[in-house]
Design a protein. Sequence first.
Length: 463
Amino acid sequence: MLFPSVQFGIFFPIVLALSWALMAHPVLWKPFILVASYVFYAAASPLFCLLLAGVTLWNAGAARLIHRSPHDRTRRRLCAVAVAGDLLTLGVFKYYTFFVQAVARVLHSVSLGMPLPLLTIALPVGISFFTFQAISYTVDVKRGLIAPANLIDTAIYLSFFPHLVAGPIVRAREFLPQLARPRNPDRVAVSSGLTLIGLGLVKKVVIADYLGRTVVDPVFGVPHAYHAPDVLLAGYAYAAQIYCDFSGYTDIAIGLALLLGFVFPQNFNSPYRATGFRDFWRRWHMTLSRFLRDFLYIPLGGSRGSRLLTYRNLMITMVLGGLWHGAAWTFVIWGAFHGLGLVCEHAFGGKLKTPGWLRWFVTFHLVVLGWVVFRAQAVGVAWSFLSRLGSWGAPTLWTAPVLVAIVVAIGPQLLPPRPLERLQEWLGRVNPIPLAVVLAVLILFVAATVPSDGVPPFIYFRF
């Protein structure tokens, strides 16, 4: 169920009204919000709900066994089994076809070709997000950072519909304590929630989808049909599109959660302001970055060993982070590209003295280069796209609306942050009734920009 859709426009007001009516009564509110979340997920496929329920029961049971075990070795083994089950689930549904095809190609290259079972498995929406949250819950219980929750709280944590299909990745110790106390509708941050929902709708429907239709999809579809100016424009346009699409979803998700009485962690902080790869990953998809840091990079050894081991850990973390985005070599290459950037910064960052503007300029264009590989449907398409940069000709896609959309998406990230923070604080204090009216008008405006075939899914829905 897409957020910017008529279906969700009917679903959410009903859920919100009933949620506010039941907030003060957790015994009634918890089953209600759990059912509402599963209804939301069932809109994609009722069968996906069975998988989500299975992951929930698996991790809820594992967390309780881990907590009750008196021996550290047993807790480690139980945790390893639980995480292995989560990764196996993710692997079967998301990566089975990719790995079978890769093995088949290797065997064929050494003349050992043999038929391997190739199954068509539907990819459940949001599986990468809820399995990662399940892993974080079980591991945090094993580490003693939280106590295991009861089954209904665990089920709500993993299925809560604002963050179910595309994040942000909310840690259990951030979410579960909020379930422990009843919420008061009078204390809900209505103004902030409405502001974020309106901003997210504009980012997604007005900017991201427009750039996708007019520039990104045509050029990445047949890059050999365009010359360097249009190809260059498409690279910048996709950088703007993916930011507005994903951060727009995050804004809506955080806004919906606020209206329901929950606070989610920040997921974006002006990523195109970054002056290095480390800085970029502190600003882009921040909840994924900290997950990879806490559950992969640090357990691998982090930076505690030699330089070579640190470089190895960085590369493994980023390659697997790239593969998390999708079962394709383009994502593996994209992750390796960012891993190499982090390695170079660790190796030479303190030795090279360069002005801030130059570090920003280089970082921004390297990130855009990485997005080209990320967006391409295959490695050959990415190569075709980049090779067209040497073919100069007259531009055909450079229009004022396209340029304005790119500037509006990227430009504010380069402004001093304090004035924007003050504006956000002021909007959070505005009377919610005028804001609701503005949001209603905004929805009508946004609806007028939607093409006849509807709103495309969010980019991160497929991850």
